[in-house]
Design a protein around this ligand. Structure first.
Ligand code: CU1
Length: 525
């Protein structure tokens, strides 16, 4: 029998303890922690798949895996990283930070919040467990293009079911975030005084509510084509396989911004803190974020330039896509202007934030290059595209998640993370990241196709370099785990204003300028 703890004796604990506490919790901090731990586990699961892919590609020929399994790995690596790692990690940040930043006691729908999280582990088991069924996991690519996805084995059904569950989780999480932000702000916290992280998540949540049902529709149409006699994507039955790409990318492009707008929010919190200046151009940051979100709905066919669309349509999607560079440029300008003549220091969160600006911007530029239809037709389905979206998702989303983790660990644990481990983590990550992914630009321009386990001899050198970089990057992430575990278990106590910067409300509101933060608060609601 367990001994009575002092907490129980004094009645501090009212709810269940141990495992039951985590299963039944409605506390936004507990749920935020569970999202973050889940995302970290999935990050390593997706990472192992990535390293297996890179091991196979270390040399020409087939050494490590069979071609069919290789395709399963590329598919599952994408699905696990997008739906299991990046998205849940940002929801974890939202759970922890949004109530604190707007002065709310918890999320608006605390019980639904618990349900949103606990849908994820079974979905992840379905997805990863599909490796074990006859035929293995789906090898249709993370985009699940028809007609291939209509013809695959039952691993595809498990992926469809997992996407349905994860989509439901995302929609509930997004509704919770929207309602919390709109209804539960403290008196005086007007919309245009909200920290940028809250703004970017509000806009992201609207994107999620708009497009997750579209993805659910797309995979449901695949499901009914597979089992219930419909022919949405079957030309012989009057359908059209290209329809799938339209529906998928109507979800898929906004999804790109779902994975990067909260990253913009995190960076917009960190840069002012370590430059010791208010964020430059707060209002323009809000409008730029909203513009990017709106434009993200009218660019989807830039993924489909090779499907035989009319030239006028290509031109529309090409120019609409290039237009997104304008609000994105506004953001990068504002971050640089915030640092301009600031008294900057480079603790780990700032290193990752500045690293984000440099390397993410490079991914932005290659995105602009891919947007140009005649160039895209050349590089479609090559490693150039793989290089581009890893610059956006790894050096963008992931580096911002690292930055935010180091920045807010003091808040979450009460302890400062080790600067020594953090700095090693940053420098190893940025060096190995570029070693892994920069050569892929050259491979793509030279014509190496993606999603193929073997390649011609002329691609051997850059592939070997990319694999060395990938393994270096992968093992560097053990430093991240070490930093988190050490910080959670103890270390230097965090001060109330952890980073001793010019910050307003506690230390979570560097933006807008601190002296505007709460002074107009009415005395009563
Ligand atoms: Cu896109």
């Amino acid at each position: 029998m367990a001994a009575v703890t002092p907490d129980q004796l004094h009645g501090h604990h009212h709810g269940p303890t141990g495992l039951m506490r985590w299963i039944t919790t409605t506390n936004h901090k507990d749920i935020g922690t569970m999202y973050l731990v889940f995302a970290l586990i999935m990050f390593f699961a997706g990472g192992v798949m990535a390293l297996t892919i890179r091991a196979e590609l270390f040399q020409p020929g087939l050494q490590v895996v069979q071609p069919e399994f290789f395709n399963q790995l590329t598919t599952m690596h994408g699905l696990v990283m997008v739906f299991g790692a990046i998205m849940p990690a940002f929801v974890g940040f939202a759970n922890w930070q949004i109530p604190l930043m707007i002065g709310a006691s918890d999320m608006a729908f605390a019980r639904m919040n618990n349900w949103s999280f606990w849908l994820l582990p079974p979905a992840a088991l379905l997805l990863v467990g599909s490796f074990l069924v006859p035929g293995g996991a789906t090898a249709a690519g993370w985009t699940l293009y028809a007609p291939l996805s209509v013809q695959m084995g039952m691993g595809m059904d498990m992926a469809i079911f997992a996407v349905h569950i994860m989509g439901a989780s995302s929609i509930m999480g997004a509704i919770n975030i929207v309602v919390t932000i709109l209804n539960m702000r403290a008196p005086g916290m007007t919309m245009m005084k909200m920290p940028l992280f809250v703004w970017t998540w509000l806009i992201t949540a609207y994107l999620l509510i708009a497009v997750m049902p579209v993805l659910a529709g797309a995979v449901t149409m695949i499901l009914t084509d597979r089992h219930f006699g419909t022919a949405f994507f079957n030309a012989a039955g009057g359908g059209d396989p290209v329809l799938f790409q339209h529906v998928f990318w109507f979800f898929g492009h906004p999804e790109v911004y779902i994975m990067i707008l909260p990253a913009f929010g995190i960076v917009s919190q960190i840069i002012p803190t370590f430059a010791r200046k208010p964020l430059f151009g707060y209002a323009s940051m809000v409008y730029a974020t909203a513009s990017i979100a709106i434009l993200s709905f009218v660019v989807w066919a830039h993924h489909m330039f090779t499907t035989g669309m009319p030239a006028a349509t290509q031109l529309f999607f090409m120019y609409a896509t290039m237009l997104i560079a304008v609000p994105t440029g506004v953001k990068v300008f504002n971050w640089v202007a915030t640092m301009w003549k600031g008294s900057m220091t480079f603790e780990t969160p700032m290193l990752f934030a500045v690293g984000f600006i440099f390397v993410f911007t490079m991914g932005g530029f290659t995105g602009l290059i891919c947007a140009i239809a005649p160039i895209d037709i050349q590089v479609q389905d090559t490693y150039y595209v793989v290089a581009h979206f890893h610059y956006v998702l790894v050096a963008g989303s992931l580096f911002a998640l690292f930055a935010g983790t180091y920045y807010w660990l003091p808040k979450w644990t009460g302890h400062m993370p080790s600067e020594k481990i953090g700095k090693w983590h940053f420098w190893c990550s940025i060096v190995f990241f570029n070693l892994a992914f920069f050569p892929m630009h050259f491979l793509g321009l030279a014509g190496m196709p993606r999603r193929i386990p073997d390649y011609g001899l002329q691609f051997a050198d850059f592939n070997a370099i990319a694999t060395i970089g990938a393994f270096g990057f992968g093992f560097s992430q053990l430093l991240f785990v070490l930093a988190i575990v050490k910080c959670a278990r103890g270390g230097e106590r965090a001060a109330a204003r952890s980073w001793e910067a010019a910050e307003g409300l506690e230390w979570t509101v560097p933006s807008p300028a601190p002296h505007h933060t709460f002074e107009e608060a009415p005395l009563v609601r």
